[in-house]
Design a protein around this ligand. Structure first.
Ligand code: 13P
Length: 251
């Protein structure tokens, strides 16, 4: 079964307004493989402008980097899933390791965020991944599977089939150190197997699993060529249109 190929950028807290608009425009106009679903994970303050800018651009979508677990209320500074949906956002990155670490997002809170995102027709790009310490302990496969179990396995098969997963080993994020293609493949195959046991082989075969952690133009081809790697969630290299375009064209 052929799965969607996806190149997702996570701009994190980078770019001022003009630079952000210029970057999204450059990617929209670049010569890129339009069969690759390209998603720009932009700072929330620019979401509406960039959604409008890329509205009619083939194969290009926009993601928020987070949403709150509640639909509305007294949560100063937060952004809700209904708000994102109301401005035409279709994707939301959830459970990024930086949010887990810096904002103490737990697996159970993420389960609520996934629920509210799906209720509002947003597609979660759900991030999982282990620290270096856990990798060294040899428990990384179990640890990451537990992240899925605790945050996702309450979903119905129909809900689960909407998700995009992103395996991002924390030790490879922003460090220049990339998981080897074999390490990525091992984890992705393991997760697909866990999904198959929980749901069905069809669902497991269909859900896109992206790799994230120092993906660059120089290593994207090798990583994306792994059987269970369906693309990348890219931080640093998504901030330059040339680099990101080369990554998009790496399938
Ligand atoms: P880098 O590509 O900068 O390592 O970041 C990966 C990441 O965190 C994407 O969400």
């Amino acid at each position: 079964m052929s799965r969607l190929k996806i190149a997702a950028g996570n701009w994190k807290m980078n770019k001022t307004f003009e630079d952000a608009m210029q970057l999204s425009r450059a990617i929209a106009n670049a010569s890129r493989d339009e069969s690759v679903l390209t998603i720009l994970g932009v700072p929330s303050i620019y979401l509406k402008m960039i959604v409008d800018q890329v509205l009619y651009v083939e194969g290009l979508e926009v993601a928020a980097q987070n949403c709150h677990s509640q639909p509305s209320g007294a949560y100063t500074g937060e952004i809700s899933a209904p708000m994102l949906a109301s401005i035409g956002v279709k994707y939301v990155i959830l459970g990024h390791s930086e949010r887990r670490a810096d904002f103490a997002e737990s697996n159970s809170e993420l389960a609520e965020k996934v629920d509210i995102a799906l209720e509002n027709d947003l597609i979660p790009i759900f991030c999982c991944g282990e620290s270096l310490q856990i990798r060294k302990s040899g428990k990384h496969l179990e640890y990451v599977t537990d992240q899925l179990k605790d945050s996702l396995f309450h979903l119905t098969e129909q809900q689960f089939s909407k998700l995009i997963l992103a395996y991002e080993p924390i030790w490879a994020i922003g460090t220049g150190e990339t998981a080897t293609p074999e390490q990525a493949q091992e984890m992705h195959a393991h997760l697909r197997n866990a999904i198959s046991l929980q749901y069905s082989q069809e669902i497991a075969a269909q859900v896109p699993i992206l790799y994230g952690g120092s993906v660059k133009p120089s290593n994207a081809v090798e990583i994306f060529s792994q059987q269970d790697v369906d693309g990348g969630l890219v931080g640093g290299a998504s901030l330059k249109s040339d680099d990101f375009t080369r990554i998009i064209n790496s399938f």
